[in-house]
Write a protein that binds this ligand. Sequence first.
Ligand code: AHR
Length: 423
Amino acid sequence: MCMEYHLRDGYNINVMKKGCISPGFNKEEKMKKKLLGTLLSAAMVMSLLAGCGGAAQPAADAAADAAATVEDTADAAAGAVEEAATEVVADVEEAADAVEGAAADAADAGAAGGNIKVGFAQVGHESDWRTASTKSCQDVFSAANGYDLSFVDCDNDEAAQKEAVRSFIEQGVDYIIIDPIIATGWDTVLTECEDAGIPVIVIDRTIDDSDKYVSWVGSDFLTEGKAAAEWLKAYADKQGISEINALIIQGTIGSSAQIGRTDGFQEIADREGWTVLDKQTGDFTEAGGQEVMESFCKSYAGKFNVVVCENDNEAFGAMTAMDNAGVTYGPGNDVILISYDACTAGLEDVKAGKITADFECNPLAAPTVEGVIKQLEAGETPEKQILVPDNWYALADQIVDFSVDGNAQSMIEVTDDVIAAQY
Ligand code: AHR
């Protein structure tokens, strides 16, 4: 067999083995050999006739001459055939080399083409939570798991995030993951994704003005906000605290994480008649939390007994500001400090008696997103909304019974083991 059939990742490549001669060449060679044989036979017959003597002598001489000519012609033909054969073999070898090279290239392309291409437009790197989210995505959508991940850290810049999505369209990725910085302004770019036939999966924060995505995977921010407030109500009752004067350090304004937490807390505050003295954004950063709390400490000195930070990093900054202003916080102190995320460092501050209660936002959505992609690959239809579970954390003395929208909630006591197991 002179042809090998290489099958790899959908590529069928026929490769001719080195040293083999093509069927076309064999036909040509056979024809030349046949012609030569015929000429030699004719010369031999003429020689025999010459051997009969007498009047046949001139004919015999002519036959001998003819035989010599035929022999010369045969030699020349044989030489030409040999030369042609050598040339054809060289050509075939060259062609085989080229085909083998192409086969190797195609095999490489096939290996890359076998990976699922995913573009991920991440919010930025503003918090411990975000770092955990990024790591989770990079771990799940790794080359070892069969993915080519294009990751863009959008540095909390809405325009940059939309550009990142457009660059994924240009790259021709198979799937686009978006953690939207802001909940609105998405329909145009999602329409572009739809037109390009690229499914979009939204994670963490929601998109509120377009439904042109396959699935959203994330936490229920409104429930987080309500849970924090319902816990505060039950805890304040237990402590005999009748008046609540709260300050809220909000997340990035317009993000669904901010909107849900602010609205959820405010709904219960309104119901209970609490005073929310002020709300300002710390942009989900430690620096932002510190700056806002420094301002609050000056403006509301001695007037507040609750500080709500819409993520742990803001709480870290707020604690620095309160330390500097001489305000004490945590169980048994001036201020009840509430936080969201429950990252490892946040839970360490709960254990240390600094943060009074911490309401988790689970950053590990990537394994669920991979499940969505696998469903799509299998031609199935994933759920439009997929909630990742969250837990609420406090020390034993701060754990109280409460419910959200009629649903009883449970809390987890923060221990060293719990902290060690956290993201
Ligand atoms: O969208 C999730 C929020 O964004 C997290 O609470 C916060 O830490 C992050 O930056």
